[in-house]
Write a protein that binds this ligand. Sequence first.
Ligand code: G6P
Ligand code: MN
Length: 458
Amino acid sequence: MIITICGGGSTFTAGIVKSIALRREELEVDEIRLFDIFKERQDKVAVIVDWILHEELKCDIKLTVTTDPETAYTDASFIFAQMRVGGYAMREQDEKIPLRHGCVGQETCGTGGMAYGMRTIFPMMKMIDDAEKYAKKDYWILNYSNPASIVSEACRRLRPNARIINICDMPIAIIDVVAAAMNIKDKENIVYDYFGLNHFGWFTSITYKGEDLMPRLREYIMEHKILLPDAYLKDKAALGVSANKEKGTEGNRHTKGSWYYVWKGVYEIMANFPDMLPNTYLNYYLQQKEFVEHSNPDHTRANEVMETREKNLFDGVDTYLATGKVDEKVFYAGSHGDWIADLAIALKNDTKARFLIITENRGTIPNMPYDAMVEVPAYIGKNGPEVISRDPIPLFQQGLMMQQLNSEKLLVEGCIEGSYEKVLQAFTLNKTVPSMTVAKEILDDMIEANKDFWPELK
Ligand code: G6P
Ligand code: MN
């Protein structure tokens, strides 16, 4: 059984490989392949991956590292896709350009996310075509390449028959933090209900062994004025919810640096709208002005990541090569990798475990369009996801979602058709943008910054 990681040079690769290797018996995996278009970067990551597989865990999983799609995908059963088109350098642009115009600058939300989407759509289609051509007929692509909403809408439109499941780890990360706040050690006993678009959703119920956690959680958030447990705030480095159950990993990165604000934002949103627990990303849409005020337009999350996660990883590789010692803190392991590997297990072994996935609505949320790509719970087995449908959603959430959905749909259409007008409509419609004129200013700057990546807009 072959698992290919597309985006092998990612800072997450080593952690994901470790999660796979720890589950090697359930996955019956014989070979892991790393594929990336950046050889040098991937070769460095591969040094640590090799160490994890063959030194640390001493398993007999074969490791192949390649920049050739045929070598990467031939006979693969699973493709874990995590491409970042344009790398962190372009993430920095996505975050900084909108901020220069007084708007939310974020990797996946608002106009930054749309710029990233326009870079990613066609490379994703190429990857699907390669999988169709070379992989096993019953391959599965588990895609967590961002921006997942836009990417999944593009897949729905352009490759409707691809065996791809689009997923996101943010709800899992939120549940990790909820578990820590509620002092729950066995987080696998937490069951939740959720609806939304990707990075744009709400938990409607969270239960633990049958207990409704929402009242206790709400009280906790109101009292602490933030969702992060005290321990995270006091000693951010030491604590961390690592599902690999080892201390001293990088911990829960979602609690680091500027992530702080969105956890505080969860309090601010719930102080007004207490019924549901919002996804942290809703802050970018509900507190646009405040986000811009506390942001530093010259130093954004991309800079934080390059200065910490990325630097630590590559320094760690150099240290290993020089001394033979590996400091495990340098590669992020944790629930991110575990959840992807667990999803593959559910598909392969037909476990019917419950996961959130991004999928075509088809009536799942009755008052959202049939063809909206929504994020909802599903039971996962060998025939793919069985989605759980729900009652209509309230007007406030539905209204927000419709605006965001149409913005994303227009973006995808504009990108496919090469239509400047549609892309400008997408930008104008987005809730993070105050006016058509500002939308146009941002778009024109982004066209310039993305000229090596975007299709031409006419
Ligand atoms: C969460 C989201 C991902 C996103 C990541 C960014 O995990 O679900 O979609 O890419 O956060 O985290 P970072 O540490 O790179 O800011
Ligand atoms: Mn995500």
